[in-house]
Ligand binder design. Structure first.
Ligand code: ISC
Length: 316
């Protein structure tokens, strides 16, 4: 897929396509989009001019994350919940060149959806392995992506199989509730995403009988891949323990045209400041979670971005 850029403006129009950006919590925003511009023309947007500095506060050092996970395991057991996704935010004091980092992300992760989203006061970029929803004239396509291992580490255990199955069940149920006549699931199988592997079930359904792609994406979000099951209880626990605002992390972004659409979950992402970046990663916690392994999982996921940042020669 070639790199394309779109310039976003007000929301009160019917441009084709329209761009959608949704935070983890809160309403998606829909923009009028002009473009596409080729990569050469978009390069001018990938700078840090007038960008405000990021809050230095990191959400959880190792000890706090271990305590958070242990507390969440206890709550999951006490309340008999299926899973809760707990994330952390890590701030690095580093003056990156966003353009070279973006190019590195594109080169390093050809199977990911690499994106950069620059607004007046915030700048996000990432390389996500997770599709929330795509549509064409025939059907809707999505995926249940969860469970993480290092390719040279232990095989997926029952814990990962169950946390991924929860995502498949929830997506299937949401699509059926939206009025999709038939939902087909293929998987789970292992898929590589940069330095880690996940379990994936590919899901295809007929088009829901009501609503439009924006409604279907909004109904699916947040799936148990980024939130938990049941959703309401998981949201409460996330608020209680994480200690930071997820903002666009684990939200979604995408586009919708008159013919088709594509929405992607904002994972393996970072927020860019003047001399800092904030990296985000989370993992699905279940009653079987071991806090040390959950910490390692976030470290491995963050390596997706750290590998690229550290090869940005301008930041040395
Ligand atoms: C929440 C994240 O990953 C999700 C996607 C794949 C595997 C996941 C996991 O193993 O927990 C998460 O559900 C993240 O990367 O921050």
């Amino acid at each position: 897929m070639p790199i394309q850029g779109w310039e976003l403006s007000g929301s009160d129009s019917n441009s084709n396509p329209r761009i959608v950006v949704a935070p983890f919590k809160g309403e998606p925003k829909e923009y009028q989009a002009s473009g596409p511009f080729d990569f050469e023309s978009c390069k001018r947007w990938l700078d840090k001019n007038e960008l405000s500095e990021l809050d230095v506060h990191s959400s959880a050092d190792k000890n706090r994350h271990l305590r958070n996970v242990a507390q969440v395991v206890d709550e999951i057991k006490a309340k008999d919940l299926r899973k809760v996704v707990i994330a952390r935010r890590e701030v690095l004091e580093i003056d990156i060149n966003p353009l070279t980092v973006f190019e590195q992300l594109c080169d390093s992760y050809p199977d990911a959806v690499v994106h950069a989203h620059r607004s007046k006061d915030s700048f996000w970029m990432g390389a996500t392995p997770e599709t929330l929803l795509t549509t064409d004239e025939h059907a809707v396509y999505t995926m249940a992506l969860a469970g993480t291992r290092k390719p040279d580490g232990p095989e997926f255990s029952l814990k990962e199989v169950d946390e991924q199955a929860a995502v498949t069940e929830s997506i299937r149920e949401t699509l059926l509730n939206l009025g999709a006549g038939k939902v087909g699931c293929r998987g789970p199988e292992a898929i590589q995403a940069g330095p880690v592997e996940h379990l994936i079930t590919r899901i295809e359904s007929s088009k829901p009988s009501t609503g439009n792609p924006q409604d279907w994406a909004a109904a699916l979000h947040p799936t148990p891949a980024v939130c938990g099951m049941p959703r309401g209880e998981a949201l409460g626990i996330i608020d209680e323990v994480e200690g930071f605002n997820r903002s666009l992390y684990a939200g979604y972004f995408g586009w919708v045209s008159d013919e088709n659409s594509g929405f992607y979950v904002n994972l393996r992402c970072m927020q860019v400041g003047q001399k800092r970046v904030a990296l985000y990663a989370g993992g699905g916690i279940t009653a079987k979670s071991d806090p040390e392994s959950e910490w390692d999982e976030t470290v491995n996921k963050l390596h997706t971005l750290k590998a690229v940042i550290s090869s940005d020669k301008t930041s040395e």
